[in-house]
Design a protein around this ligand. Sequence first.
Ligand SMILES: NC(=O)C1=CN([C@@H]2O[C@H](COP(=O)(O)OP(=O)(O)OC[C@H]3O[C@@H](n4cnc5c(N)ncnc54)[C@H](O)[C@@H]3O)[C@@H](O)[C@H]2O)[C@H](O)CC1
Ligand SMILES: [K+]
Length: 400
Amino acid sequence: MPGRYYSKFIPPSLSMSELVCQKLDNDATDLLIDKWLERPHRPDAYYDWFQRVRERRHHATTNARNQQRLLWNKGVFVPENIFIRTVDTGRLIPLDRTWVTHVYHHKSMSRLNMMPVIFSMLPELMLLRGMHDRGCDDIYVIVTDLKRQEMDQVTEYFQYTATMSLRYLTAKLAQQIDEELMSAAGAFSLDQLMELAGLACAQTLAKVYHKDKYPRVLVCCGPGNQGGDGLVAARHLGMFGYQPTIWMPKRLKTQCDNMKIQTLAPSDDTHSLSDALARSDVILDAIFGFSFKPPVRAPFETALPLISSSGLPIISVDIPSGWDVEHGNAEGVGLNPDVLISLTAPKEGVRQFTGRHFLGGRFVPKSMEEKFALNLPDYPGFDQIVELPQTKGTNGAQRL
Ligand SMILES: NC(=O)C1=CN([C@@H]2O[C@H](COP(=O)(O)OP(=O)(O)OC[C@H]3O[C@@H](n4cnc5c(N)ncnc54)[C@H](O)[C@@H]3O)[C@@H](O)[C@H]2O)[C@H](O)CC1
Ligand SMILES: [K+]
């Protein structure tokens, strides 16, 4: 992993490591298991359970079901050098952190007292075994070739994320922070904030959708400040070499006109939107932000389904339009974007968002970050955006 970037909010993942995956045959697996069983221990429920796991494995392979595999690379096979991978993400997790984050939560382990073996590998393997019982017979054990110092860094990452996590904002808190940014505590003007927010949106789009393949960006702007973010983003996208078109049923903005960015005539019908969708490669959804209150009103109640049915990739600003700021897409009327760029801090409603998730709004003073316990991630280098880990929806077990 040397030289590869990860931080407290960008977890180390399989793609960052140079694993040599190896599939063990049954004899080799047995040898390894026997070696573990030789480790000093008192025979207990874990020992029995692991024996049963072994038997089941033999039974499974005899019946030509999925093979059990241990995967590792050339690293030295010692507990300090071992990560496991969770079944539902592609993350690598050091064993000691796994104990905290997963063992306690696994139903099948609840009847056992786990404390005596907290530092042992065995329950981890059983845990994995138990987790995989539902879907497959593989045990994924990944031995890395990380140096001690790198292991410490990764462990530090997990310790950090176990104790701190990014705060998700309610609508009220988002509004309060917004106001505070424009009070003496932040001393920003609305235009300044919007400029930085719009730049972050444009950077996110450019990072995910390259201009050679997705030159025609349809920027859909709503009636509030988020619509302003969209206009700023359109201007930056124009500067970056994209060909933005603005759909903004409520008002016009001179800067974009000056740049000859095509703006569809404001209108409450959605014909112009339908036409524009047919001529676009990607959509920037800057319709509703944290002041949205359902249900969706005209003309957006027609516009959102039109946008969804276009099949074009969508990047949403702050919250996918149509989602309740705190309860998400419970009503099912909102857009389902591929990418989300949250501003300042993610909103409660997007906890379940499974696409690529970026954070922008690199303008929050440290004092405000601490006051509101936002636990913001570090922005890399001079970027206006930082990508957050995807919350769920990827199955690491299938990705290796
Ligand atoms: N600090 C920051 O993070 C900054 C974020 N910015 C962006 O501003 C929006 C919030 O702006 P606001 O003007 O408060 O609200 P909206 O953009 O969400 O728009 C409200 C707008 O929409 C209308 N509306 C509300 N509900 C409905 C509905 N059901 N149907 C139709 N229309 C509806 C309402 O009447 C208003 O006109 C935030 O999300 C960020 O994107 C700032 O740019 C900079 C600081
Ligand atoms: K939005």
